[in-house]
Ligand binder design. Sequence first.
Ligand code: ATP
Ligand code: MG
Length: 315
Amino acid sequence: FDPSGHRKQSKAEAKEILAEATELLAEYQMRLAAQDTYGVVMVLQAMDAAGKDGTIRHVMSGVNPQGVQVSSFKVPSSEDLNHDYLWRYARKLPERGNIGIFNRSYYEEVLVVRVHPQILAAQKIPAKLKDRGIWNRRFREINDWEHYLTDQGYRFVKLFLNVSKEEQRYRFLSRIDDGDKNWKFSANDSKERAYWDDYQKAFSEILSRTSTPWAPWYVILADDKPFARVAAAGVLAHTLIDIDPRYPAVSKEARDALQVQKAALEAEAPAGAAPDPYAAALAEKAAEKAAEKAGGKKADKAEKAEKAGKKGKKA
Ligand code: ATP
Ligand code: MG
């Protein structure tokens, strides 16, 4: 896969599409929360400086923060290492109705752990289980776990932000040259870059072994940031549209009960106040809209007439 070989889209165009997409995501996230049945897990994997953080920031910019939890997974703690390897990820699964974002994930367990054998050596699993078959077993375990969770009503959005080696070099240099970005750069980043080929190999095996019908991978070209964000938003939107969450229907009895409450509140109106000021405001708004529409139609007609007139003159 070549992360740089794609059409450059205009920045303004990408921004516009992203704005529309975030609006749609906000609406769907509200419905997801109201329905309170499905949960979404968005998994982000990438080489350093591929833009995971920026993608999360932009894609989720319109969504209610209460419905989204971002979990960043770094080097495991000693408490993590005292458990099975999926333990710390299971603890961060979102509640139903929520979107959980995994900024790095259990895929590091078949990625960085594979690239650096000393990490596996330090894991507290029995020595005889650290045999060569371990990666095949982990692929199977990860697929099974995702399958189990899918059967539980979770949906996975797995994104690999695929940055090219040359673009990573450019972004590292920008983090060194630009003082405000220095904090983003660590010497460890260069160290990992030296293992580029090993990472690519591990990634390619992850993609072919763990892209399943229930939890497919999406490879996103990441050299062009606006494009990558639009693509990420698109995949998430696609998943939410597929879930098609609905606001729960209110029963006839519940609606009747609401009318009783309404009557009680209306009876409380102070002297001179409208019994239901909200209904009055609603009616006013509707009237305004209707007037606008009528005005718009007139304007349309005028415009058409003008165009027709121009055409007439030309002819
Ligand atoms: P940023 O640099 O933008 O803050 P990051 O995700 O790169 O984000 P770092 O603190 O730089 O965060 O790096 C986290 C490191 O932890 C990565 O090198 C990653 O490979 C490593 N890591 C993540 N999960 C595991 C794991 N299960 N075992 C060992 N190392 C891991
Ligand atoms: Mg880093």
